[in-house]
Design a protein around this ligand. Structure first.
Ligand code: NAG
Ligand code: NAG
Ligand code: NAG
Ligand code: NAG
Ligand code: NAG
Ligand code: NAG
Ligand code: NAG
Ligand code: NAG
Ligand code: NAG
Ligand code: NAG
Ligand code: NAG
Ligand code: NAG
Length: 683
């Protein structure tokens, strides 16, 4: 026989129950906490990624860093393809084209590889266009076909009558007759050699699948839907490194990303390839608008990634450019730049947050940023737009001598191993609410390995290819710690967002994809964020027991839904953790809904295999209003008692019917910066 006491002791050592009451008042964090998105134009969120363009190298853009070429284009029927530097270019921005000469027979031309293939989906109507110059009279056919098969999925015939000295644009549409099993397809432009005399030049050859909300020049539907699933509140754009430049004179000059695609020359991106700038400033704003996200606009701060900073004097045109950008986005038609936006057909895009640069502490930028670069932008922008929250591009929570030194917010980034991130539940507890910060980038990027205290760049461990479950739970602990300090933190965005399976620059990323829509994978961290983000707390509430692990939690209420909410994570607990939870104000026999996520500790999701399991349970309070449930080891949970299910307790349905809770801050109006207002309107 086993002594009962021993059995119990053994059990208790492994599994410690937590028991606490969520108070109905006394919380000191009353700002809503925001979950958002961070965009980085890493292979390949631009063309062929979120931006839905399917043809790679569509306009033969380039510069000394990434020279122009005909790469991704191949001859058909013995033609010769060459890059032509046109004496009569399509536009002053697109000065080179693809020259197709020679070849004979009834089917000559060229084909494009796409972004590692093209999707062929029978329910999609594709829209294409191209410009051509040269003597041609006849039909040109555009076909989407298998690269390793004779399958033709879609075909359009375009009647072309073009002249040697003039550029003419043609449009086409087609719809595949059947689905392709994968993306191993190419796009062919062919014609009968007899229809042409002399070489033909092509430029801006484009093909779009259906786009999200049918936006012209828009974004890929499935990736936008995936982002929408996170209910993101803000959007840091146009990125981190993407807003910078590799070296003088290149930087993300927004004026070159506006208007017709013919006017966009492109820009040598910071991630090893040329950006077409098809995804321009307006497209970023529409992206934010379409997903209901508050845009958090990043402006270039005068630091190149190769370590060159501008002097204060040299900075002036770039400060003016940032002011012009804000006028372009927000000014009315009576302002010079506002008029230009109106002329493009768009009303104002209100901006409440501006970040000055990206990670200016790196690339030898810290001293100049601290000495004058940040101040110069801060003074100019806050003078013109006193209501805008200005964010310094770095902030070390541990280093109080760092930025922000003004009435500014800072952007805190953290890439860590699980050991580190899982120990940071209390990381923001001592931080001030005077200058709320943004957690603009965070991610667990490696597995814990023996004898390590930091990520790869300190210790040389291999990087994780994809987010993995115990890393995602470690991130949840960090996020819950931030969320319970929501008056000190604007919000958080995992970074980066996207990874193309064929080419990437940085791992791990939140969402993986390739040209075949069936291959999109929502990572373990995606599901963790989705769970925490979809239920929002607007008022944090204290609990009677401290959370020291292996269970971690934040509790509060929502004045939007009237719900009482508990969010929790269990980490490294050697078993399930029983919870006994009361909510002051929630009565006997109330009903709550528990949703929790689990997965094998080391697992990552891959194509067709989502390792994250979602469990939902109804949990009914006992006669004392106590809810009892258990959370498994390595789990992330949300427990919600909605207003209509709170039993004999209070009904917190609206601000006016809130009883016994204090701390609601009036986020209304005011033209002066008011740090208490920062939660306004973005959750
Ligand atoms: C066209 O210009 C590019 C530089 O933009 C150069 O590399 C290339 O050799 C030129 N091609 C021809 C055919 O002159
Ligand atoms: C067709 O092209 C091939 C290869 O370029 C060449 O050998 C042949 O002479 C051409 N035929 C005609 C009729 O032009
Ligand atoms: C098409 O086939 C060629 C040759 O096998 C290969 O190099 C290329 O990557 C393939 N492209 C696609 C989109 O499948
Ligand atoms: C082009 O195609 C149309 C039908 O699609 C046909 O009527 C016409 O004759 C063709 N033109 C040439 C020059 O082959
Ligand atoms: C086609 O693409 C898939 C991935 O989508 C790849 O695994 C497969 O090998 C490709 N087929 C051929 C014939 O190369
Ligand atoms: C950065 O590149 C420019 C050339 O574009 C060069 O003049 C400058 O010296 C470089 N800066 C550093 C710090 O290497
Ligand atoms: C940005 O580009 C525009 C158009 O090419 C140019 O006029 C402007 O001077 C550039 N801005 C700066 C600050 O260099
Ligand atoms: C910050 O704001 C406070 C009042 O809210 C003001 O007294 C102070 O001068 C401001 N500091 C700067 C650097 O603008
Ligand atoms: C916060 O301050 C307390 C008291 O000074 C200290 O014990 C604790 O370690 C601090 N926490 C952090 C994360 O710095
Ligand atoms: C206020 O927040 C701090 C952490 O930021 C916490 O230590 C303290 O217990 C909170 N006070 C109440 C009453 O919740
Ligand atoms: C990024 O994508 C471009 C094409 O858009 C490709 O040429 C380049 O090789 C990729 N870079 C890396 C590092 O994969
Ligand atoms: C779990 O806890 C044990 C014992 O404290 C520790 O050795 C181990 O590293 C922890 N594992 C993780 C993933 O944190």
């Amino acid at each position: 026989m086993f002594p009962k006491a021993l059995l119990f002791a053994g059990f208790a050592a492994a599994v410690q129950a937590v028991s606490f009451t969520v108070k109905s008042s006394g919380g000191n964090a009353t700002s809503p906490y925001a979950y958002g998105l961070m965009f980085e134009d890493i292979n390949n969120s631009g063309d062929g990624g979120v931006y839905a363009e399917l043809i790679q190298n569509r306009a033969f853009q380039g510069n000394p860093i990434f020279p122009k070429s005909t790469v991704y284009w191949h001859p058909i029927g013995s033609t010769t393809l060459a890059l032509s530097n046109d004496s009569t270019p399509l536009s002053s921005a697109l000065t080179s084209s693809l020259e197709v000469s020679g070849g004979n027979g009834s089917s000559v031309g060229m084909y494009n590889d796409g972004f590692w293939g093209f999707p062929a989906v029978a329910s999609w109507e594709y829209k294409g266009s191209f410009w051509v110059k040269g003597n041609f009279n006849g039909n040109l056919s555009v076909t989407l076909q298998g690269n390793y098969s004779n399958s033709v999925y879609a075909e359009a015939s375009v009647n072309v009558a073009s002249k040697a000295d003039a550029w003419t644009q043609y449009k086409y549409t087609f719809q595949p007759t059947h689905d392709a099993p994968n993306a191993n397809n190419t796009l062919h432009f062919t014609w009968d050699a007899a229809c042409a005399s002399g070489p033909l030049n092509f430029n801006l050859l484009s093909l779009f699948p259906p786009t999200y909300k049918n936006r012209e020049n828009g974004n890929r539907v499935d990736l936008m839907e995936a982002m929408d699933g996170l209910k993101p509140s803000f959007f840091r754009a146009p990125g981190g490194n993407n807003v910078e430049g590799l070296q003088p004179p290149y930087w993300w000059n927004w004026t070159n990303t506006l208007g017709p695609l013919e006017d966009r020359a492109g820009f040598p991106g910071t991630w090893g390839y040329e950006n077409t700038d098809g995804l321009g400033l307006i497209e970023y704003m529409l992206w934010a608008q379409d997903l209901g996200m508050e845009p958090l606009l990043a402006v270039w701060s005068g630091l190149w990634l190769n370590g060159t900073s501008l002097t204060l004097e040299e900075l002036q045109p770039y400060i003016q450019s940032a002011l012009d950008e804000l006028e372009f986005l927000m000014g009315d038609a009576s302002t010079p730049w506002g008029a230009k936006r109106e002329a493009l057909g768009y009303g104002p895009f209100p901006i409440k947050f501006v970040e000055v640069g990206n990670e200016d502490s790196l690339s030898k930028g810290g001293p100049t940023y601290r000495a004058y670069r940040f101040k110069a932008f801060y003074d100019a922008i806050s003078a013109a737009y006193p209501d805008i929250t200005i964010i310094a591009s770095f902030y070390d929570v541990d280093d109080t001598t760092g930025t922000p030194t003004y009435n500014a917010s800072g952007d805190f980034h953290e890439y860590a191993i699980p050991q580190q991130m899982s120990s940071q539940f209390g990381y923001f507890d001592n931080y001030t609410s005077e200058h709320p910060i943004l957690i603009g980038e965070y991610a667990v990027i490696e597995y814990d390995t023996f004898n390590k205290s930091g990520p790869e760049w300190y210790s040389g461990a291999p990087r994780a290819l994809y987010p993995f479950w115990y890393g995602s739970v470690a991130e949840a602990i960090f996020l819950l710690g931030a969320e319970r300090n929501s008056d000190k933190i604007i919000g958080s965005s995992y970074a980066p967002s996207f990874q193309n399976y064929n080419r990437w620059e940085w791992i791990p990323d939140l969402i993986q994809y390739d040209a075949y829509p069936g291959n999109t994978v929502l990572s373990t961290s995606y599901y963790m964020i989705q769970l925490l983000s979809n239920t929002r707390i607007t008022e944090n509430l204290p609990t009677t027991e401290a959370t020291l692990g292996p269970a971690y939690w934040v509790a509060g209420r929502s004045d939007v839904t009237g719900s009482h909410i508990l969010k929790a994570a269990v980490y490294n607990s050697t078993g399930s953790v029983p919870f006994d939870v009361n909510f002051e104000g929630v009565g006997a026999y109330a009903n709550g809904k528990l949703t929790y996520l689990t997965a094998p500790m080391n697992a990552s999701s891959t194509i067709g295999n989502n390792v994250v399991k979602t469990t939902t349970e109804n949990v009914r309070a006992d006669g004392q209003g106590k809810f009892c449930f258990s959370l498994p080891e390595y789990s992330v949970a949300v427990f919600e008692v909605t207003a209509e299910n709170c039993g004999q307790g209070y009904h917190y349905g609206s601000k006016n019917s809130r009883r016994g809770w204090k701390g609601w801050k009036n986020w209304s109006k005011g033209s002066k910066p008011n740090w208490n207002q920062w939660g306004q309107g973005y959750w």
